[in-house]
Design a protein around this ligand. Sequence first.
Ligand code: MOS
Length: 737
Amino acid sequence: MTAPTAPSVSAPSTAVAAAGTTTASPAPTRTSGAVGTPHTRLEGRLKVTGAARYAGEVPFAELAHGWLVTSTVARGRIRSIEAEPVLAMPGVLTVLHHENAPRLTPGVGMMGPDATLQVLQDDRVPHVGWPVALVVAETLEQAREAAEALVVAYDAEPHDAVFHAGHPGMYTPEPSRYVLPDSDKGDVEAELGASAVVVDEEYTTPQEYHSAMEPHAAVARWENGRLEAIDSNQGSHAVAQDLAKLFSLDAASVRVRSEHVGGAFGSKGTIRPHLLLAVMATTVLDRPVRVVLTRRQMFSLVGSRPATAQRVRLGADSDGRLRALDHEARTFSSTVHEYVEQSTRHSRIMYAADALRTRTKVVRLDVPTPAFMRAPGWAPGSFAVESAMDELAEKAGMDPIALRSRNEPEAGPVSGLPFSSRNLIACFDEGARRFGWTDRDPRPRARRDGRWLLGTGMAAAAHSAGTAPSTASITAGADGAFTVRIAAADIGTGARTALTQIAADALGAPPERVRVKIADSDFGPAFLAGGSMGTASWAWAITEAAAALGEKLALVDQIPAEGITARADTSELVSGRQPRESNAFGAQFAEVSVDVASGEVRVRRMLGIFAVGRVVNPLTARSQLVGGMTMGLSMALHEEGIRDTASGGLANADLAGYHVAANADVPVIEAGWVDDPDTYNPSGIKGLGEIGIVGVAAAIANAVWHATGVRHRDLPIRLDRVLTAGTAIENGGAVTH
Ligand code: MOS
């Protein structure tokens, strides 16, 4: 037997501990060179061979299956639930509903009290698709058959479920941690009046759905007095915390694991009804219960990006210098909970203007509660503002990139804070070079390829880059290997692989000797895979844990059999920093062709160049950016939830009616990045899960204008809209939508 060797570890990064310093400690100097090197996903083989188990696939003895029954009316009360006949059906174990389900603690929610979580607690029905019962049976088929046979009667009330820009009942939401206050700088009206060029337009985006490949699923069971759940989510620790609160349990008696997650895009960022229902059923039946949402149920129970109607007013001098930027964004939430889509985030960051005004208004409708969806606020907001900037460039006779470059702010336009780094111009330069922008004929409707009109467009992108407190532990084993434990989530992003690379560098060990265990609430608090903050937040905790481990290992000659463990918690480091305007930036380019006969828009190519801080794994980073851009293409041309006025339900609650861009829609998309050194957090990572989608819809809409000479201010740019507008143009008439 060979003597265990004490692994070498990089020097501790203690400089970050000083509260109030402007920047944190530099990135660890001693590395194994793992960060920055392409690595395929560590769990890739498991996934492609089917060996990786998702929440709905983990086998359990004695497993019972829950099938959810949802409301068919948009507003009202449950009059009766006829459970008796269903209980007599084969295999049926129980029917849970508001009269017999376990009670939940009210007032719980990750972002404040959220009544959306209070399922099966009373007879109120706030929207079509609200949970009214859970049928549990021995087999999935028995549960489904019984659920379909369950008769629920309602006292329906008049509903109001379809959003309009001029909806009565619009109000200004109270500012909070999740709602930015409206902002005013300077005199917008005076500056617009003094402007040589003015744009004043309305832009709309429809309701959009996350549509993760893996449906929301959970299996729950009681094991030795502990509630154990395997759940599909973006943050096992936060979900476990809320689960404990909702069921009035001691936090230590709840464990949630989420080892593999098949996509989320925000829809799995908070605890969702499938898990609550599985826990209710396992508590009642005392055996493991699995609940998997159907695709249709996902359209009403896991959130959506709410529709927006945005008015943008821009005023500029003849040389393109912005005098005024006014952005008013209207959106909706449910009657159950206030979620606010913050579309003005983009306008608060992007451009210097003498006068800058942002407004957000919300109306509460009889619809499911919306939620964060990839680049919340930034995605719809950038469509409006970046489209308006293109219109301004056209009116001013300026190149769209030159217009944007002229209006680069010195500091945060609303916050006044210095940027931690801002390398947008570098993205423009590199993007323009690679895309071939400089040869572009700015005139619209100037290029044609047979029946296709051709055009190019661009847009700027930004997304906040943040870090949140996290904890991590690392154990140095007697065999020379390291085990990192952190309640991170890999929702398909490659986070597990990236964290292994980060840990390897922090430990000065080859990645092969580092094992990263994630997605277990028992590992302690960690930020969720959301807000493009996951990797940066987790990297910080891992780096600190590696430093602490290094100090411990320096004191020993030999590692005992149980290993040596060090923990780190970055709470004080994160909160001790001076505030900065910290964002990732990017430039999006698109070339489209528009069929003059059918109105079909095809994207021919796209290029995105980003400033996203330090890139950990070029392979998975590129994949995230291209994935985001693909979702942006889908937003531009395809995705649109259509709510039926009469029923209040969604008319296209499946992937046949709600089209998400498929292979045939997507051309070669290239993504790249520029150097973007930034030490606001010591890892230098900014996060890139979301910025890929930002600005894409505007770049495509701007390209459609360049191709056809017609502006499209309503998403998606459907062929019927193109045809209607195109015909109007041929006739020399006004464009209508
Ligand atoms: Mo993402 S929409 O921040 O989970």
